[in-house]
Structures are given as structure tokens and as C-alpha cells.
Design a protein around this ligand. Structure first.
Ligand SMILES: [Fe+2]
Length: 296
């Protein structure tokens, strides 16, 4: 059978979107149609496979105890692609390519974590070995940013997030900290462990059917922001964690991997008396300036 009708079909659908009142939306839809049609033709998509795909998407959207659609986007690498494009765009606009690298937000961000003083411990009552996180928030020239906000969330030492532990969940291992006048921050938490992406839903099924590894290396999530600077959503990856080189969501960046030191019990560098061994990690965040081009 000739491919003529298939080509005409694609052209007709693309043309149907060509007069979108919002030109950007038109551009996105026309490209989406072209790529979707090309995908179907490349794999010679069968009706039953298309049906299975639709059912998969429908079931993905029906999962309500977490945003499974984010897990799907993350595990297809699309979230990281969008993050990477945004950071490259911001870097080009501001000329500040040396800002700390961004990575995926993931499905476990929970707005409204408590505002806590520097040195507070968000790991109390959370399984895992204590860990001290410290460093500075600066601009790309190394100038300290006072009063910068670090919104932190972490899984526990057993690889679970508070949102997965009870229904309704109780907030744990989350807190918001402000840097001091010299841009410094420090807080206590636990050393997070590697964990599987939620695998009891459609994405888990996709992983099993395709033989993919479901694990993410241990990491702490942070949103770092300061007035006049591009907000940063990123992780700190624990250097000693398994799965560092096969992150299921492709979010790991070498520049975000931190070495941790293990200390015996005693007085920590920030003065806290520790009765048990603990870890420490040090990392400085660099934020790009907001320029008019970025703001637009
Ligand atoms: Fe995570």
C-alpha cells in the first residue's frame, strides 16, 4: 500500500493546528502530531498496541495516591530534558553558565514545610543515620547570598518518603532554612538511602516488562532561591550510594554528587553534641542572576 495517504493524513492534522490563536501552542501541537505519527509509522503500531498504550495512559492518570504521570515523565527522561533545556536557556540569557546544575523535582515535593532555624534537625524520628549538611549559597561570582531560602525534602534511611508511609501522610524530613548574613546554611537530617521509584502502578509495570532498573541513588532534594536570582530545583547525591550510575529518572549529575565524611560520636563542627556516629556533607550552591531576558 502506498504511503501517500499516511503522508497526507499527517499534513492534514498538522494543518488543522496551523491557525491556533496562540502561535506557541500551534507550534507545539504541530510538532507533537508530526512526531507521534512518525513514531507510529516507525514501529508499525498495531491497533491492539495502540489500545494498550491508551489503557496505560488512562490507568496512569487514575492513580491518585501520587502523581504517577510525573513518575512516567521522569522515567522517560522527559522531565530531565525539560529541566536541561530550561537551565541552558537561563544560562544563555544571563551568561551565567556556572550556576549549580538543576535536576528533576520528582513526585514527592510537598509545599508548606516548616520554617526552621539554621542547625535544626529535620531527621528527628526518621529512620537513618544522622547527617549534617552545610555550605553556602552564592551568586555565580561567589558573592554570598544572605537570606536565601533552602526548601529541603528527603527520603529516609530506608528509602521511603513521608508521603508513602501513611494515609493521610504526616510531614517528615522536610524543612525550610534561610542562609545567614554570610550566605551560610547548615541543618541536620539523615543520610538518605537509595530507593525504588514507586513500582505498584503503571510505571512499575512498564519497568518490569522492559527489564529496567527501578532504583534511584540516595539523594536530598532542595529548592534554592534568593531575590534577583533564578530559583534552582536540584538534588545532592550521596557519593557512596549504590545506583549512582543508573538513576531510574536520569537526574544524576556529576556536579551534584557530594562526598560524605563519617564522624565518631562527640562535638560536631557546628557545636552539637552527638551521642552516635554521624555523617557530614558540604556543598555550595551558585544561583544565576535574573536578567530581563530570563524574566521574559
Ligand atoms: Fe527523591
Amino acid at each position: 500500500m502506498s504511503n501517500y495517504n499516511q503522508d497526507k493524513l499527517t499534513a492534514d492534522v498538522v494543518a488543522a493546528f496551523s491557525k491556533s490563536p496562540d502561535p506557541r501552542l500551534g507550534e507545539i501541537m504541530m510538532s507533537l502530531v508530526k512526531h507521534l505519527h512518525a513514531f507510529a509509522r516507525e514501529v508499525d503500531l498495531k491497533p491492539e498496541e495502540w489500545q494498550a498504550g491508551l489503557k496505560f495512559m488512562e490507568e496512569t492518570c487514575r492513580i491518585t495516591n501520587r502523581p504517577e504521570i510525573i513518575v512516567l515523565s521522569d522515567t522517560l527522561g522527559l522531565s530531565m530534558m525539560v529541566v536541561s533545556l530550561a537551565q541552558a536557556r537561563a544560562g544563555q540569557a544571563s551568561g551565567a553558565t556556572e550556576a549549580t546544575e538543576a535536576t528533576v523535582e520528582g513526585p514527592f515535593y510537598w509545599p508548606g514545610a516548616p520554617d526552621l532555624p539554621l542547625g535544626a534537625d529535620i531527621g528527628e524520628g526518621v529512620p537513618g543515620e544522622p547527617a549534617l549538611y552545610m555550605g553556602r549559597v552564592t551568586d555565580v561570582d561567589g558573592k554570598p547570598l544572605a537570606n536565601a531560602l533552602l526548601d529541603v525534602w528527603s527520603g529516609d534511611g530506608e528509602g521511603m518518603y513521608d508521603m508513602q508511609l501513611s494515609d493521610p501522610p504526616t510531614m517528615k524530613a522536610r524543612g525550610r532554612f534561610r542562609t545567614d548574613a554570610e550566605g551560610r546554611y547548615w541543618f541536620w537530617s539523615i543520610l538518605p538511602n537509595f530507593y525504588p521509584i514507586p513500582d505498584d502502578g503503571t510505571v512499575g509495570r512498564m519497568f518490569r516488562a522492559t527489564g529496567r532498573s527501578i532504583y534511584r541513588p540516595g539523594h536530598v532534594h532542595l529548592m534554592v532561591s534568593a531575590e534577583g536570582h533564578v530559583p534552582l530545583t536540584t538534588h545532592l547525591f550521596i557519593a557512596s550510594s549504590p545506583y549512582l550510575h543508573e538513576d531510574a529518572v536520569f537526574g544524576k549529575r556529576d556536579s551534584l554528587v557530594v562526598e560524605t565524611d563519617r564522624h565518631p560520636p562527640g562535638k560536631s563542627v557546628v557545636g552539637r553534641e552527638m551521642k552516635v556516629p554521624y555523617h557530614s556533607a558540604s556543598y555550595d550552591f551558585r544561583l544565576a542572576p535574573i536578567t530581563e531576558k530570563v524574566a521574559a
